[in-house]
Design a protein around this ligand. Structure first.
Ligand SMILES: [Zn+2]
Length: 352
């Protein structure tokens, strides 16, 4: 009996192998290569949504966006590549040789050593997003219902801010943690800033943008928060130090804490005075405050959380629903960041 079965078993094994080969992901067109392979050569990871057929190749905060079937790929800092449209098969994405070459050419999540202090990246973090709407303001104004979601307000302002920063800082990386209505865990947001490769004398700053709510519907105004200096964090990885310096790691780390804290306060004050210039006539400056917010605590660089105004205050809610007002908020933040960068780079330079 066993003998009689054997040819049949062999045939079915062959059939299974054949069917498996048909189903296995592989290039759609001859000569295409797997995007995953190209990305791993760049030391990058791929985030790909097979349903939307959209994705990004990323490392640190640097990313290139692609869409299956689209002849454009875009970097976060605005470079557009004209490519042969990527194809997909069974959840894997394939590109042609020419696209791979272009990707390698523009891929630059690299650090540059500098003689003078240089803010090489500015990370803007629009709070909340996707299934997390943040605070919500509901009002009835002149018989009409006004519903404001924090996630929408902060995204609008951050997109404007990004454009303003890119326009004036074409030699720096301007990165948004999200550019659309998506949910992002807090760690992912700060990792995008923490993982940026930095050269000697290169710095990153981090600004998380939020809107406020209060049970007191009369509460109004904008404010900024930074981490209290007494908050203990590991800002210097002992592994990054040579053995001599590793012995004084605790001292070096607390010096860095002090420095980051001073710079965060400086950034917070500049943001507030920027906002005061553009919206101060309509919204009060509530000042710079200290709190151990997780969203900035894990950002290991000068970082500030800014609250643009109260969605729970009926008058301020009306302002926050006005695109022109949101634009003014963006200009205010932009002015503050510019001022911070100028002061930071000149005051930390040795003047040579
Ligand atoms: Zn928030």
């Amino acid at each position: 009996m066993a003998k009689a079965l054997r040819p049949y078993t062999r045939y079915s094994t062959l059939l299974i192998v054949f069917v498996a080969a048909m189903l296995a992901p592989g290039p759609v067109h001859p000569g295409e290569i797997s995007l995953r392979e190209v990305a791993s050569g760049l030391n990058a990871e791929i985030l790909y949504d097979p349903f939307l057929e959209l994705g990004r190749i990323q490392y640190g905060g640097y990313a290139v966006r692609f869409a299956v079937g689209s002849d454009e790929m875009r970097t976060d800092d605005g470079t557009v590549l004209s490519v042969t449209p990527p194809t997909s098969n069974d959840g894997s994405v394939y590109i042609d040789e020419n696209t791979a070459t272009q990707l390698k050419a523009i891929w630059r999540p690299t650090a540059t050593d500098r003689d003078e202090p240089f803010v090489s990246a500015i990370v803007i973090d629009p709070g909340h997003g996707g299934r997390d709407p943040g605070t919500i303001g509901r009002h009835v104004i002149d018989g009409e219902e006004l519903v404001l979601r924090e996630k929408d307000i902060v995204l609008d302002v951050s997109l404007h801010l990004r454009d303003l920063l890119r326009e004036s800082f074409d030699d720096r990386r301007i990165i948004l943690t999200r550019e659309d209505d998506r949910y992002l865990p807090l760690d992912t947001r700060t990792d995008m800033a923490n993982d940026l490769p930095l050269g000697e004398n290169e710095y990153v700053v981090y600004v998380s943008v939020h809107a406020n709510a209060s049970l007191n519907t009369r509460a109004t105004g904008f404010e900024a928060w930074f981490i209290p200096p007494e908050q203990r964090r590991t800002l210097i990885d002992p592994e990054d130090l040579d053995s001599d310096r590793r012995r004084i790691h605790a001292i070096l780390n607390s010096m860095r804490e002090e420095e980051v804290s001073v710079h965060s306060a400086m950034l917070g004050n500049e943001l507030l005075s920027g906002l005061e210039q553009t919206v101060g006539a309509r919204s009060p400056n509530r000042g710079l405050k200290q709190e151990n917010w997780a969203v900035v605590r894990n950002a290991l660089m000068p970082s500030v959380l800014v609250e643009l105004g109260f969605v729970t205050n009926p008058e301020e809610a009306q302002l926050l629903s006005d695109p022109e007002y949101l634009h003014k908020l963006a200009v205010g933040l932009y002015t503050g960041i510019r001022q911070f960068v100028d002061v930071f780079e000149t005051s930390n330079s040795d003047g040579t």
